[in-house]
Design a protein around this ligand. Structure first.
Ligand code: NAD
Length: 482
C-alpha cells in the first residue's frame, strides 16, 4: 500500500492498514460534514444536524454499525472527549445563555450548574458491570450490549442538559442517538449536538454518532417513533410524549411529569428545612421536574416554617395576589401557561403589580389542598403551603398530590418511622430525606446524576446500562477456577 506525504511531496510505502483506515475515516468524515452543512436555505448547520428525520436516522444507523467496530477504550475516549468539550467554561456559558434566551425560561447561573452536573456526573462505561456465573458446566457472562439506534426526545426545561446526559449514557452503552428536540429549544439543542459531534470528531469517532434535525416538528417526531431502524425510544417530557413512545410497540423508556410534595413534620430541623425548600424550589426558577412544587406542613410548626422560609428568600403574598397570579399563569384550560413557566418570582410578581422584596426567590402562601397551585405541576417559583394536623395526615396528602407520577418526594423529619412510612407508601423514584430536592440528582447528595428520570416505566435514574440489552454468553465446560 502507498500513501503520499504531502509535506515532503513524496510517495511512501506503508504496510499499515490501520493508517489507511484512519485516513479513509477522516476523508469520509470531512465529506459527510460538508454534505450536511446547509439547512436547505444555505445557512450552515452544526455537525450532526440533518434536514429531515429520515436522513438523521439513516446516518445514525451507519454510525452505529461503525461504532461496533470500535474498542471499549475508543468508547471511553469518546465519552471523555464529550465531557472535556462540554466542560469548557465558554461552552457551558453559551449553552446556558442560549437556553435562557431561546426558551425564555430559567436562570443562567443555575443552567451552568446543571450543564456541568450532566457532564461531570453522568456515568460512562463504568456503569456496565458484567455478571458472571461459574460452576462445573463452565462460565456464563451476562453483558450489557447496545440496543442500536436510540430515538431520544428531549424537553424545553433542560434542553442541553438532557442531550449531554443522554449522549454520554447512550454512547457509553454502544448506541448511536437520534435526538428529537423541542421546537422551542431548537437552537440550543442543535448547538449542543454540534458541540458533542465536534468533540467526537476530534477524538476520531465514527461520524454522526449523535444526530438531530434542523426543524423539529410533531410529524418528524412521529417519523422517529415509527421508524424500523430505531430500536429504542426514550422520552423525557410530559404525559403526551410518554404516551406516544409507550404506544409505539417498541422498547420505550418514559421519563414523565411529576409534582413533588415536600412534607415537614414537627421533629424536623425547621430552620434547615425552610432553607433547603427554598433552595430546591428556586433551582432554575423551578423548571426541573424534581423541584419542590408544594409544601405540606404539620400545623404545630407551620408558622415557624413560614417565618424561616421568609428569611431564606420566600416572599409571603396575600390572597388578592394569589388570585391575580392564578388569573395570570393558567390557560383557559386550567393548565400552566408556557409563557410563565420558568420565570423568576420577581418577574411574576411584577406582572401582577407587586414589587418583590429584595432577595425574593420564591412566592409563598397558604392554600387549601385542592388549590390548582397545589395540584398542578406549575414549574414556576410559586410554592403553596398546606397545613395538616400530623405527619400521618401529611403522608396521606403527599401521596394524593404526587398523583401516581412515581417521580420525586421530599420529607424533613427526625422520626425514622415516619420517614420510612412515607418512603414506602409514596413509591416515588426519588425520595429525599432532610435535604433539598436536588440532592436526589447528585447535587449535595450521594450518587450519580441524570436528567432522564424514568418513573412511569420503572428504570428510575437512567444511566448507560438502562440503554442496553442484557445478553448471555455461555462457555461450556471451562474457565471455572473456584
Ligand atoms: P413536553 O412534553 O411539552 O415536550 C417534551 C418533548 O416531547 C419535546 O421534544 C416535544 O416536542 C415532544 N412531544 C410532546 N408531545 C409529543 C407527542 N405527542 N409525540 C411526539 N413528541 C412529542 O415537555 P416540556 O414542556 O418540554 O418539559 C416539561 C415536562 O417534562 C414536565 O412535565 C416535566 O416534569 C417533564 N420532565 C420530566 C423529566 C424526567 O426526567 N422525568 C425531565 C425533564 C422534564
Amino acid at each position: 500500500m502507498c500513501w503520499i506525504d504531502f509535506k515532503e511531496g513524496k510517495t511512501k510505502m506503508v504496510a499499515n492498514e490501520k493508517v489507511l483506515a484512519d485516513i479513509v475515516q477522516k476523508v469520509l468524515h470531512a465529506v459527510d460534514a460538508h454534505r450536511n452543512c446547509t439547512a436547505g436555505d444555505g445557512s450552515a448547520l452544526p455537525e450532526g444536524v440533518f434536514s429531515n428525520m429520515e436522513k438523521a436516522i439513516a446516518a445514525s444507523a451507519v454510525a452505529q454499525r461503525e461504532y461496533m467496530k470500535c474498542s471499549l477504550s475508543d468508547r471511553k475516549r469518546f465519552i471523555d472527549a464529550i465531557r472535556k468539550k462540554v466542560l469548557i467554561e465558554a461552552n457551558i456559558e453559551k449553552m446556558s445563555e442560549m437556553a435562557v434566551e431561546e426558551t425564555g425560561m430559567g436562570n443562567f447561573e443555575h443552567k451552568c450548574i446543571k450543564n456541568r452536573l450532566a457532564a461531570n456526573k453522568t456515568p460512562g462505561l463504568e456503569d456496565l458491570l458484567t455478571e458472571a456465573y461459574t460452576g462445573d458446566d463452565g462460565l456464563t457472562l451476562l453483558e450489557y450490549s447496545p440496543f442500536g439506534v436510540i430515538g431520544a426526545i428531549t424537553p424545553t426545561t433542560n434542553p442541553s442538559e438532557t442531550i449531554i446526559c443522554n449522549a454520554i449514557g447512550m454512547l457509553a452503552g454502544g448506541n448511536s442517538v437520534v435526538f428529537s428536540t423541542h421546537p422551542r429549544a431548537n437552537h440550543t439543542s442543535q448547538f449542543t449536538v454540534g458541540l458533542i459531534n465536534e468533540a467526537l470528531r476530534e477524538a476520531d469517532a465514527p461520524p454522526n454518532l449523535i444526530t438531530t434535525i434542523a426543524k423539529p416538528t410533531m410529524e418528524e417526531a412521529g417519523v422517529l417513533i415509527k421508524h424500523p431502524d430505531v430500536q429504542m425510544l426514550v422520552a423525557t417530557g410530559g404525559p403526551g410524549v410518554v404516551r406516544a413512545v409507550l404506544t409505539s410497540g417498541k422498547k420505550a423508556i418514559g421519563a414523565g411529569a411529576g409534582n413533588p410534595p415536600v412534607l415537614v413534620d414537627e421533629t424536623a430541623d425547621i430552620e434547615k428545612a425552610a432553607k433547603d425548600i427554598i433552595d430546591g424550589c428556586s433551582l432554575d426558577n423551578n423548571l426541573p421536574c424534581t423541584c419542590e412544587k408544594e409544601v405540606v406542613a404539620v400545623d404545630s410548626i407551620a408558622d415557624y416554617l413560614v417565618f424561616n422560609m421568609k428569611k431564606s428568600g420566600g416572599m409571603e403574598v396575600d390572597q388578592a395576589t394569589v388570585d391575580a397570579l392564578q388569573a395570570l399563569v393558567f390557560t383557559d384550560k386550567g393548565r400552566p401557561n408556557p409563557e410563565y413557566i420558568g420565570k423568576s418570582a420577581k418577574y411574576l410578581l411584577q406582572k401582577v403589580g407587586v414589587t418583590a422584596e429584595p432577595g425574593t426567590r420564591v412566592i409563598i402562601f397558604e392554600a387549601k389542598s385542592n388549590h390548582p397551585f397545589v395540584t398542578e405541576e406549575m414549574m414556576m417559583p410559586i410554592l403553596p403551603i398546606v397545613r395538616v394536623p400530623d405527619a400521618d395526615a401529611g403522608i396521606e396528602l403527599c401521596i394524593r398530590l404526587e398523583n401516581g407520577c412515581r417521580h420525586t418526594a421530599i420529607m424533613h423529619s427526625k422520626n425514622v418511622d415516619k420517614l420510612t412510612k412515607m418512603a414506602k407508601l409514596i413509591q416515588t423514584t426519588i425520595f429525599v430525606k432532610n435535604g433539598p430536592s436536588y440532592a436526589g440528582i447528585g447535587v449535595g447528595g450521594e450518587g450519580y446524576a441524570t436528567f432522564t428520570i424514568a418513573g412511569p416505566t420503572g428504570e428510575g435514574l437512567t444511566s448507560a446500562k438502562t440503554f442496553c440489552r442484557r445478553r448471555r454468553c455461555v462457555l461450556v465446560g471451562g474457565f471455572e477456577i473456584k
